[in-house]
Design a protein. Structure first.
Length: 193
């Protein structure tokens, strides 16, 4: 399940994963939200996209100052705790970057801060993906690089997303479909629809 929203000026996109145990999904039935009881699935990961420079994260590593979310985006609890760092790989860097994690003491949600220049679960930036796809569609050839299979996956998935979400009648071109899918909050080169 994916949820999009805005929290104090920060754009966030949440990916919810339910913990399975014995074939049944566990549920937290008593999380309070503004005085009312609501049923919440057991959430394990949430991503908040922030505007940061990857170069600064590499140079400062654990000393990089991350903006703490003012409250939990899942249950609106007033405080989140620091929860260490998660190593993530990005194109152009030969070492993993340390992305800050926070944890809500109320609902147990783990929040990972991620650069807004990248799609979730992708090492390449949005601009690089768009550049490679546009060069391929304009010239018929991929730009010189190490692995072309990765780029072929992007193009195939973009066509699949366009057909599924924008229908067969989309006539504005693949690159326009990329921009349209990004504007509605989708990852246009993701294999999942």
């Amino acid at each position: 399940m994916t949820v999009f929203g805005k929290l104090n000026g920060l754009l966030w996109e949440a990916f919810f994963y339910a913990k399975k145990m014995g074939g049944k999904v566990l549920q937290n039935l008593t999380a309070l939200n503004n005085g009312s009881v609501q049923i919440l699935n057991t959430v394990k990961n949430m991503i908040i996209f922030v505007s940061v420079l990857l170069k600064d994260i590499v140079e400062q590593q654990r000393d990089f100052v991350w903006e703490r979310p003012p409250c939990c985006p899942r249950c609106d609890h007033y405080k989140v705790w620091s929860h260490g760092f998660a190593e993530r790989l990005f194109d152009g860097f030969n070492i993993p970057l340390l992305l800050k994690c926070y944890r809500c003491p109320h609902c147990g949600c783990v929040i990972t801060m991620r650069p807004d220049t990248h799609f979730p679960r992708f090492q390449a930036s949005k601009d690089k993906i768009f550049l490679f796809l546009s060069k391929r569609l304009k010239t018929g050839r991929w730009p010189p690089a190490q692995s072309h299979s990765r780029y072929r996956h992007w193009l195939r998935n973009l066509k699949k997303q366009t057909k599924a979400l924008l229908t067969d009648r989309w006539d504005k071109g693949i690159l326009a479909a990329f921009a349209c899918l990004v504007s509605i909050g989708r990852t246009p080169v993701s294999s999942s629809i």
